[in-house]
Ligand binder design. Structure first.
Ligand SMILES: [Zn+2]
Length: 513
């Protein structure tokens, strides 16, 4: 079986999607999970785009050793040099340089002639090669590029030392047969192409990202790029969990496969959804809530007689564990810590103690603590960033009656350490809380979107709130969980504000992207 490398770009292309902004601790947490998922390459960010991205990529390159860590760079020396400072800590330093090659992009965006584009591409690969053993070069908008020009530029960058050539369908325009044909054309016409790895990168604008990626493999691609839950610019990238499961389930047909640890899919997907605040659609393939739910009577009857009548994938394959965890209010710290270790968390004693305190509070309200609850509690501890002073919720109280105007009183500790209190009304309880908080925090808030979901199942499930807003003109998303949705909402609101305060404290030095 031919092995296909998996290049995960959840932290770069995925993080680029509207409304997502992850801090360093969250990115590190996702990167560590991607390592367990067994991604061959993790694109950890775009180091030259901001100080925050630089720090996150550096931290991931220093920490994650089981996957190759890469970062995106424009075809300019300063980007490549900055990337080196972040990526040099990796076991095998890898850089991903891109340059547009389609007539539309070259004329309107780059304002360069094809000859100039070849020259810039070759120069940047040569410059990168002085430092990086692994250089991936991407022809941005490759699919809409002139095939003969593509052959020319790819031939030159291979000569300059590129080790991987990526041919993206940047705008998600290709059909499977066309995208596959592009790979075959290059395979047949570029001298030296067998020395490098060919990579596919597809967007899902027409819903064909995964199908296009498979067509590329069938025509010579050895690496596939994508994201968890299909996150990414616009309609997103190819969903890696779908790709890995499709190749596995249809191994009767395909002569290639990935080394992805399929039983880590569920957890990886949940973690990414939790930290990005991007909910997974219920009917999404492989990881949606309903992906294994059989609703119609005929289907259910069939399932009871023989599972394979309607089931091609089992929940167990992707690590969906139906056994409930037996931790309750009488469980001790020792049992809690053991469980955390079993679940793969590495927390300091201080953080374990903090998580245990939260666990006890929750166990008082909820009889059985599920594995989903534990993941949330422990992940929340893992991603605490303590260096910048932020707002902290002290108390929230809401008065509601269907005949009266909802009123909220809230107290918070400000970043300066002062106790602030306010009360305000709203047309609903959540609005009353938001109006009160808006008065309490310094700066201008404009709420864009608000969503509450439950974590796990059951009437006493944890509530998760996601708040999307602009704060001082910058779009930011906040999220938090609590047993009560109103408390979760208040905490999510402050979480958004706090994220922006942390962002503002880190100066952005991106010129243009
Ligand atoms: Zn992309």
């Amino acid at each position: 079986m031919r092995k296909i490398d998996v290049f995960d770009t959840t932290l770069r292309d995925g993080e680029q999607s509207a409304g997502i902004n992850l801090n360093t601790a969250e990115k590190l947490e996702i990167a560590k999970q991607l390592e367990r998922f067994n991604a061959d390459v993790i694109e950890a960010g775009f180091p030259a785009s901001s100080q925050g991205d630089f720090e996150a990529v550096k931290k991931i390159a220093q920490t994650v050793k089981g996957s190759i860590i890469t970062g995106l760079a424009r075809s300019v020396k300063s980007d490549i040099d900055t990337s080196w400072e972040a990526l040099k800590y990796g076991e095998q330093p890898h850089i991903h340089i891109f340059l547009a090659t389609s007539p539309i992009h070259m004329t309107h965006k780059l304002k360069k002639t094809p000859d100039q584009v070849v020259e810039i591409a070759v120069e940047s690969v040569k410059h990168a090669k002085k430092k990086f053993p692994l250089v991936q070069w991407s022809a941005e908008d490759a699919f809409r590029s002139d095939p003969e020009f593509l052959i020319r530029v790819v031939k030159e960058v291979i000569k300059a030392g590129a080790t991987t050539i990526n041919l993206p369908d940047t705008v998600g325009y290709a059909t499977p047969s066309e995208y596959g044909a592009m790979f075959r054309h290059l395979k047949e016409n570029v001298p030296g192409i067998d020395r490098v790895k060919l990579s596919a990168h597809c967007h899902n604008d027409l819903g064909m990202a995964v199908a296009n990626t498979i067509a590329a493999i069938e025509n010579g691609a050895d690496q596939v790029e994508g994201t968890i839950n299909g996150l990414g610019e616009r309609a997103g990238n190819a969903a890696l969990e779908e790709l890995a499961v499709a190749l596995h389930i249809r191994k009767d047909k395909f002569t290639f496969g990935t080394d992805v640890k399929l039983d880590e899919i569920k957890r990886t997907s949940q973690l990414v959804s939790q930290l990005t605040g991007m909910a997974i659609q219920a009917n999404k393939a492989v990881v949606g809530k309903n992906a294994f739910a059989h609703e119609s009577g005929i289907h259910q009857d069939g399932m009871l007689k023989e599972r394979t009548t309607y089931e091609i994938i089992t929940p167990e394959l992707i690590g969906e564990n139906s056994t409930q965890l037996v931790l309750g209010k009488h469980s001790g710290r020792h049992a809690f810590k053991n469980r955390a270790i079993e679940l793969g968390f590495e927390l300091s004693d201080e953080k374990i103690n903090e998580a245990f305190k939260n666990f006890k509070v929750l166990a008082d309200k909820k009889k059985e603590i599920s594995e989903d609850d534990l993941y949330v509690l422990l992940t929340d501890q893992q991603i605490q960033e303590e260096d910048v002073p932020v707002y902290e919720l002290k108390s929230v109280q809401v008065q509601y009656g269907n005949g009266s105007i909802p009123t909220a009183s809230v107290s918070v500790i400000s970043p300066d350490g002062d106790l602030l209190q306010e009360a305000s009304t709203g047309s609903g309880s959540v609005e009353a809380i938001c109006n009160t908080l808006e008065r309490l925090v310094k700066g201008t808030v404009h709420l864009l979107d608000y969503r509450v979901t439950s974590i796990g199942k059951g009437r006493d499930a944890l509530g998760e709130a996601v708040v999307n807003m602009t704060y001082n003109g910058k779009s930011v998303t906040g999220r938090d969980v609590a047993q009560d949705v109103l408390e979760a909402s208040a905490k999510a609101y402050l979480n958004a504000i706090n994220r922006q305060l942390v962002n503002e404290s880190k100066k952005s030095y991106a010129k243009t992207v």
